[in-house]
Design a protein around this ligand. Structure first.
Ligand SMILES: NC(=O)c1ccc[n+]([C@@H]2O[C@H](COP(=O)([O-])OP(=O)(O)OC[C@H]3O[C@@H](n4cnc5c(N)ncnc54)[C@H](O)[C@@H]3O)[C@@H](O)[C@H]2O)c1
Length: 327
């Protein structure tokens, strides 16, 4: 699994480990953390810090692999200040990985794409046939990655599948640096008694999915017989505005919050909501964790870390993107 020390990857590794499977994690730890998987490393789970761009070294691992779950990537805010590198990792390395996996005869390849490939919804809920019109280089590079993945199925008959998770949250999610996401940032700020910073007017919507549901869907996409050649949304099917998310987090945490508005993020998507009918039919995918319950679980996880929220927030960058001057 590439990216298996990251947020979603580490949950997927845990689900595979719990079933008794063997996993090789390939992750440079640029954004992932050894601590995310430390407790399960051993006979059945190994961590290899090879860069996915180094396909020559990956080829040695592949002959023993039954499924490649490809999650490694650089994120949306990274793409704003480093578009070339974002493309190299998310798109070019995916194409090269497909080639070495096919050459090694790996029986199944799962590409973990993103709802960012859609851009702002033209209508909701969004089926997989909704037009793709990404707003960022990240979204564009993920669309390239998934297009290469489908092309390998259509041109070579290589059994690939594409999944498109919508915004995911839960334990081991990122609040820090340019990886920081809205739910962990809002929750930690709520617990620390700080204002929640909303970029733009807060009317933009997202479809939030708890990480065990997202990872469970990815796992099934790798195993079901009917998935090769398919592109499958993984979301909750519920839409919430960022202003309402702030209110929900305050309610669940039982703390009053104040909201401050800051500039809109460049390339921000205004509306997202998944239609998960295909996932339900093909994978028997049923997201189980409601937003309230998921926020409660994330809060319990932060409590289990026994680290003061203010200490965790030392790694937060509030406005966590930079727009460089053209070269
Ligand atoms: N988190 C979300 O809300 C979300 C939503 C939709 C799709 N996704 C997709 O899910 C996947 C996992 O996302 P995540 O949120 O867990 O992100 P993450 O950053 O936690 O995980 C990505 C992992 O890839 C690793 N990595 C980056 N570049 C690498 C390279 N060159 N070689 C090897 N490893 C490298 C990082 O160290 C990190 O551990 C990504 O493909 C992402 O596009 C995530």
């Amino acid at each position: 699994m590439t990216g298996g020390a990251g947020f979603i990857g580490s949950e997927l590794v845990r689900q595979l480990h719990a079933r008794g499977d063997r996993v090789v994690i390939v992750d440079t730890l640029v954004n992932g953390r050894r601590e995310n998987v430390d407790d399960i490393l051993g006979d059945r789970v190994a961590l290899d810090t090879t860069d996915i761009r180094d396909t020559g070294r990956l080829a040695a691992i592949l002959p023993r692999v039954r499924i490649v779950f490809h999650l490694a990537c650089l994120g949306v805010r990274h793409s704003i200040h480093a578009p070339q590198e974002n493309h190299e990792v998310n798109a070019t390395a995916t194409l090269r990985l497909l080639e070495v996996c096919r050459a090694a005869g790996v029986p199944r390849f799962v590409y973990v794409s993103s709802s960012e490939v859609y851009g702002t919804a033209r209508w909701v809920p969004m089926t997989e046939d909704h037009p793709t019109s990404p707003c960022t280089v990240y979204g564009a590079s993920k669309l390239a990655g998934e297009s290469y993945t489908r092309a390998y199925y259509r041109t070579y008959g290589y059994p690939t599948v594409v999944v498109r998770p919508f915004n995911t949250y839960g334990p081991r999610s990122h609040h820090e640096g340019d990886s920081g996401e809205v739910i962990p940032k809002f929750l930690l700020r709520t617990l620390a008694g700080r204002p929640l910073i909303v970029f733009g007017d807060g009317s933009q919507t997202r479809d939030f999915t708890y990480v065990s549901d997202t990872a469970g869907g990815i796992l099934k996409a790798g195993e079901h017989d009917r998935t090769p050649g398919e592109t499958i949304n993984l979301g909750s099917g519920a839409e919430i505005a960022i202003n309402d998310l702030a209110a929900t987090i305050a309610r669940v945490a039982g703390r009053p919050v104040t909201v401050e508005h800051d500039v809109m993020r460049p390339g921000d998507i205004l509306r997202l909501c998944a239609d998960v009918t295909r996932a339900a039919g093909l994978l028997d995918y049923r997201p189980r964790v409601t937003l309230e319950d998921g926020v409660r679980r994330l809060m319990a996880w932060y409590t289990s870390l026994a680290v003061d929220p203010d200490t965790l927030l030392e790694d937060e960058v509030v406005r966590n993107w930079t727009v460089p001057q053209p070269q």
